[in-house]
Write a new protein. Structure first.
Lengths: 563, 732
């Protein structure tokens, strides 16, 4: 059999298919370079990088000569290839600033990467200190193995520099090719710019700070430089017209929804709200507190832990989250993680204390542990401590977003939304819970009072939000016009859904004010669920319609990284 | 102990670990500097890039003979260590999932299904032979390309015409370079771009007509930026392009008023006497008639036609007159026009009359489009008989037949139909079989809805391509899977006539074969294998081409072999000596042109109306062109790179002036419908002052743009006029 195969003549097709698989370049054309030769390209980039290292108070910075950047994008590609980045990963961007008049049109392409800021917002926000501002070079480096993938730096950076990799569960960013610079080689982008528009300079950190006063910008449309003190130096001999704006200024772009964060925020705020109601009762009406503490403590504890559990889904590498204490000094993310960890401890105590009497009822042997008195008496102090820590947790949550300095996440809007949600869901949640419990008459009036409170908060919050939205939508100069326009353009069904949810919750919420019984309990529960969904949508818009600041982008949005 | 402390420290703050290692760099050696450690090569080799005609040298990083990465080659005389994003990403499109890996045949259900090469080749021959038997040999034609190697183009042309008996074959170079070819032939006596890239660095005045060099040829722009003479850079373009922004003077003329402008400038220069009369007398013919001809192109008339002011016209003429070394460069803004050949010649006339020819930093220089358009121009056996010869010339036929060892009678005594005439031939029922090689007609052809409708008239359509997913391959009856750049050997010829080398550094997927080997197989199955006995490999074919070029202006008989091309960093034609050539050479240094009398000719003609002027129904002029430097033509390759895709808009857009946008009530970034009499396209409106009122711009890379363009051609070059048609814009 094999004999036949061996003697069968190979056809021309077989021959050519075999030949096609031979790699012949090495064999046919040997390379002249010596193996240890110095970088050949250095003859062209030698003048583009400094001869010396930065001295004390100095650092490396990118220099970009706008007059010779023509937007060829070689820097982006070369950075990708020479750094071995993932297929769709880029560390540099090309944008456009345009304007002028019909007679005197103006457009300027802009190459940008990390600005290796003096006050890097990414670094200050990182909960696990996965960023390091190199003491010698000033390069802001990212420690990939330290990163837990919380993506807070993505929100913190006003230049959209750190990019999250779904595949790796971490963020990566430009490191100014620090390895190349350390041996006298130029960064990939500097090597590759056909016109030499990108250079590495040594700048004084003081000057970088001095040239970043409040209201200064690297380029038209770029974020206020006083926030992070970026070091990149853009130069041009042409005058930039006063009306020059980023090419993508009018582009409508929804941001990432961050579903685990939506879940975490709404659930933890609900839990904090319930604890707040419990603490109020403990202070003002001890007997009533005693009557309802167990269901409140258990429900809130479950909700809190569900919220915290959901938040873990947000992390690319949750196993490293224990390092979150490292960032306490500067990071609101660290502080939030900490606050919620502490929040959970008294919450557990409150639940245990509330259930103590039930537990000892079933397992009398537990009485042996009552050497310091009956733990059930600790329920009230635990409730008050939990409520206080809950409020601190909600405060830290809000500060996470406020600290990004995004306009739509301003102090006013964020605090109102987060604490509004806390009070509203707390009141509505407690009403829904207690309406089912058969308790003495005073509890009924408690339900009615809380239902009234919930209705007032619901109406006030809704009114505040929707008048604000309308004003913002109608006035193009309004600070929050873009988020409103985004919602109006892409999320109209959600806007109408919220109106419907509000109407439903308001009407159903009136029932427990007026009467008690199973119908009222059903209505209260339904009102709570509608309110909960409404707040989830509110938080969805909070994340998706925020305008994320970035360097000027191209006229037409490029293919997005993720939907 | 130290190690334990270090590990503990790393536990708290991980400076190292698997994720960090992903980005670790190591010295690449081979003169590369640092490279990603996991992509460290064990060898390197240089080859010419396969996208545009700049012809950059790319340094391929090899591991076990296989390409794993690349960087721009520092020593290549074209690009001096630089590349555009397409060049940096040149290897990526080879890995695409939609590579054609086996021949594909359309089955009775209309679906393309894999077949083996044997069946594909038998069928290829049977079907085409059957069509030829029934309708005559000229009923089968081919449409070729400027994207495959010169040796392959010559093989295709020889196989088609001498082996298979076809009469008609043309290439997609008709869409980009035919005008320059015709203009040079008529003016100089041969299709001969006279320059070398060094001229960009040596001019004191650089005039760019219809060329967005920054975006279309970034590495040539690099050479402009290396010019140390502080040159005046003049851009003549209706749009304020990136290049216009970077220029020192921009003349935003009315679309297609370029010919009038150039005559007007000639008139001012002649009137002012700033001529090189010695040069005109010694080396040209027809100047007196030309000078007489341009007298009606007064400043006022030209200002009215172009939309420029008289002062602007004088300044432009003055700058050209004042220049000691003026170089004129043009690209598709000129070539793709309804009177393109005369426009190119009007540029040539300016260079001739000011004596800006044959000296460093001068010339009337056409910048080519595709990587091997020049190879196609010289050796594709379509418009010219192999090696710039003439099908109508008996001596030329005799010479070619002798060198190829074939009977002279096998060489057609008539010229091929041009691309548009082949398409018309399909409409007229004269062309029944079509073989399309490495081009995407269904996307790129002007008014392509009409072409796509016509493919139904074809009895057999064969598409030979790297990808089975191109708009054209999707219409084929038979798809032949081709190996691409990097998977085969051969040569390209760039804009400055430099012959560069391709090497085999990647394995073709599945059963894909180099175009050369596909032609070899077809020759055998057709029954004319004997005729191509000597074409054993691309390099042996190169030796045949050398013989064919002997005695021609493009004589390359001095190039010994591929090794010499490799050693020299490419070799510009002509080269007849056995010595290694200098790296920068230009033509006409002796003032001798290729016409029999050795003189260049002034050629001119009255401008004509645009074929489709705007009117009240279609009030906008549609300009088309390249969008970004990360996009190449119909995107069959650049669309396969994630990085390149991130660097251009995913969907088609239209640029419109703020005045027009306001009048139409268009909000920036809103959706609009752009319609012409031939089709309509939905696009995103981009409001920008860089296009003038009454004009809109759309990039050609998106498949639907050529549904709008008006099918007209320049009468001499038969190159389509992509740069002007009438459209309207409505909110979607």
């Amino acid at each position: 059999m094999s004999l036949i195969e061996d003697t069968e003549p190979r056809t021309l097709i077989d021959e050519l298919l075999a030949e096609q698989q031979q790699l012949t370049a090495v064999e046919r054309f040997s390379r002249k370079h010596e193996r240890d030769a110095l970088p050949a390209q250095s003859r062209y980039y030698r003048e583009l990088i400094p001869l010396s290292k930065p001295m004390l108070g100095e650092q490396y910075a990118f220099g970009v000569d706008l007059d010779i950047c023509t937007g060829c994008k070689a820097c982006v590609s070369a950075c990708h290839s020479l750094n071995g980045l993932d297929d769709d990963e880029i560390w540099r961007n090309i944008g456009l600033v345009h304007g002028g008049t019909v007679e005197e049109p103006y457009q300027q392409t802009v190459t940008t990467a990390c600005h290796h800021c003096v006050d890097p917002a990414c670094l200050l926000g990182c909960p696990v200190r996965a960023y390091e501002k190199d003491a010698d070079t000033g390069i802001v480096r990212h420690l990939d193995d330290q990163c837990i993938g919380c993506q807070y730096c993505v929100l913190k950076c006003p230049y959209d520099v750190p990019k999250y990799s779904e595949k790796r569960g971490i963020v990566r960013k430009c490191d100014m090719c620090h390895g190349r610079l350390s041996v006298g080689e130029a960064p990939a982008c500097v090597q590759a710019c056909p016109s030499g528009a990108i250079t590495i300079r040594i700048v004084s950190k003081w000057e970088a700070v001095a040239s970043s006063p409040e209201g200064s910008h690297l380029l038209p449309g770029a974020f206020d430089s006083s926030y992070t003190k970026p070091t990149t130096v853009f130069t041009t001999r042409r005058s930039i017209p006063a009306n020059a704006r980023p090419g993508d200024e009018r582009a409508l772009r929804l941001e990432h929804a961050h579903w685990p964060l939506i879940g975490m925020l709404v659930l933890t705020q609900l839990a904090a709200g319930i604890y707040l109601a419990a603490a109020g009762l403990a202070i003002w009406n001890a007997p009533l507190f005693e009557a309802v503490k167990a269901p409140l403590a258990v429900t809130a504890f479950l909700i809190l832990n569900l919220g915290l559990g959901v938040s873990v889904l947000h992390l690319g590498r949750p196993l490293g989250a224990w390092r979150a204490f490292l960032g306490l000094r500067t990071s609101w993310m660290s502080r939030e993680i900490f606050a919620f960890s502490f929040f959970a401890a008294p919450a557990a105590g409150f639940a245990a204390a509330s259930l103590w009497d039930f537990a000892t009822g079933s397992f009398p042997k537990l009485h042996r542990f009552e050497m310091f008195g009956n733990p059930a008496h600790l329920a009230a102090p635990f409730a008050i401590a939990t409520a206080a820590l809950g409020l601190i947790g909600v405060f830290c949550s809000a500060m996470i977003y406020v600290d990004t300095r995004r306009a739509f996440w301003s102090r006013e809007l964020t605090f109102t939304k987060f604490f509004g949600t806390t009070f509203l869901l707390g009141a509505a949640g407690v009403v829904a819970l207690l309406a089912w419990i058969v308790v003495p008459i005073p509890a009924l009036s408690l339900v009615a009072i809380l239902a009234t409170v919930a209705t007032l908060i619901r109406a006030a919050l809704f009114g505040w939000e929707f008048t604000g939205f309308q004003q913002a939508l109608q006035d193009p100069a309004h600070l929050h016009h873009r988020p409103a326009l985004l919602a109006w353009t892409f999320q109209q069904p959600l806007l109408y859904a919220r109106i419907a949810l509000f109407a439903g919750a308001i009407s159903l919420g009136l029932v427990p004010i007026l009467q008690a019984g199973p119908i009222a309990a059903c209505c209260a529960t339904l009102a709570f669920l509608l309110t909960f969904v409404s707040q989830v949508i509110e938080r969805f818009s909070f994340f998706t319609t925020v305008v994320a600041p970035r360097m000027p982008g191209p006229l037409v949005p490029e293919t997005p990284t993720h939907a | 102990m130290k190690a334990i402390t270090a590990r503990a420290a790393n536990l708290i703050r991980a400076w190292d670990g698997p994720l960090t290692k992903d980005l670790v760099q190591a010295p690449g050696e081979f003169g590369l500097g640092k490279v990603p450690e996991r992509l460290k090569p064990d060898d390197t080799t240089t080859m010419v890039c396969g996208f545009c005609s700049t012809g950059c040298g790319l340094n391929i990083h090899l591991k076990d003979g296989q390409a794993i990465n690349l960087s721009a080659d520092t020593f290549y005389p074209v690009n001096l260590g630089m590349a555009c994003p397409k060049g940096w990403e040149a290897l990526t499109p080879l890995q695409a999932d939609d590579r054609a890996t086996t021949p594909l045949l359309r089955n009775e259900r209309g679906v393309l299904e894999p077949v083996d090469w044997e069946r594909a080749l038998v069928l290829f021959c049977e079907r085409f032979k059957d069509i030829q038997r029934r309708h005559g040999p000229e009923s089968v034609a081919w449409l070729g390309t400027g994207q495959i190697c010169t040796e392959e183009l010559a093989f295709l042309g020889s196989l088609g015409k001498f082996g298979m008996g076809m009469i008609h074959g043309d290439g997609n170079t008709r869409q980009c370079m035919a005008t320059a070819v015709t203009a040079y032939k008529q003016s100089f006596g041969f299709d001969a771009p006279p320059y070398t890239y060094q001229d960009f660095e040596e001019s004191d005045v650089i005039v760019l007509v219809g060329s967005n060099l920054c975006i279309a040829h970034p590495i040539m722009w690099q050479r402009v930026m290396r010019n140390r003479n502080r040159p005046e850079i003049i851009v003549i373009d209706p749009r304020k392009t990136e290049t216009a922004m970077a220029a020192t003077q921009h003349y935003a003329i009315a679309p297609k008023s370029d010919l009038t402008l150039l005559y007007g400038i000639a008139n001012i220069i002649i009137a002012s006497g700033c001529l090189d009369r010695d040069y005109i007398r010694a080396h040209t013919n027809g100047f007196a008639e030309f000078a007489e001809f341009v007298t009606p192109y007064t400043t006022d008339a030209v200002a009215a036609a172009t939309g420029l002011t008289a002062e602007e016209l004088w300044r432009l003429a003055q700058t050209i007159s004042d220049g000691k070394r003026v170089s004129f460069w043009w690209t598709m803004g000129v070539n793709q026009g309804h009177e393109a050949t005369r426009t190119a010649q009007a540029i040539i006339n300016l260079a001739l009359m000011t004596g800006n020819m044959g000296r460093p930093g001068t010339g009337a220089n056409s910048i080519t489009g595709q990587c091997n358009a020049m190879g196609s121009r010289l050796f594709s056996n379509t418009t010219n008989l192999l090696g710039g010869h003439d099908f109508l010339n008996a001596a030329d036929r005799e010479k070619v037949a002798r060198i190829l060892g074939i009977e002279e009678s096998r060489i057609p005594r008539q010229n091929s139909l041009a691309y548009d005439q082949i398409v018309q031939g399909i409409a007229d029922g004269k062309i029944k079989g079509l073989w399309i090689v490495a081009t995407n007609t269904s996307h790129s052809w002007i008014n392509h809805n009409a072409f796509n409708e016509l493919t139904k008239n074809l009895e057999f359509l064969v598409v030979q391509d790297m990808y089975s997913t191109t708009e054209t391959a999707q219409r084929a009856d038979l798809v032949l899977p081709a190996a691409g750049w990097g998977e085969k050997e051969g040569t390209f010829i760039n804009s400055e006539r430099r012959i560069g080398l391709l090497k085999r550094v990647a394995r073709a997927p599945g059963q894909a074969l180099s175009d050369f080997n596909i032609f070899k197989l077809i020759a055998q199955y057709w029954g004319c294998g004997e005729m191509f006995r000597a074409w054993t490999s691309p390099e042996s074919a190169f030796q045949i081409l050398k013989h064919l070029s002997q005695g021609q202006p493009c004589d390359i008989s001095g190039i010994a072999d591929y090794h010499m091309i490799d050693e020299c960093g490419g070799v510009q034609w002509p080269w007849t000596s056995s010595e290694p050539p200098p790296q920068q050479r230009r033509l006409f240094e002796d003032g001798c042109f290729y016409h029999e009398d050795g003189r260049a000719r002034f050629i001119f003609e009255k401008p004509r109306e645009v074929p489709e002027p705007t009117d009240t129904e279609f009030p906008f002029i549609l300009l088309t062109g390249r969008g970004t430097s990360s996009q190449w033509h119909t995107q069959t390759r650049t669309g396969k790179s994630d990085v390149l895709r991130r660097l251009y808009p995913s969907a088609v857009y239209v640029e419109i002036n703020p005045i027009d946008a306001k009048r139409l009530g268009l909000v920036p970034q809103s959706q609009v419908v752009v319609s012409s009499r031939r089709g309509q396209v939905e696009a995103t409106a981009v409001v920008t002052t860089t296009v003038q009122a009454g004009q809109v711009f759309m990039p050609m890379h998106y498949a639907n743009v050529n549904q709008l363009t008006f099918p007209s051609v320049d009468p001499y070059s038969r190159q389509p006029n992509y740069k002007s048609c009438a459209v309207k814009v409505d909110p979607a």
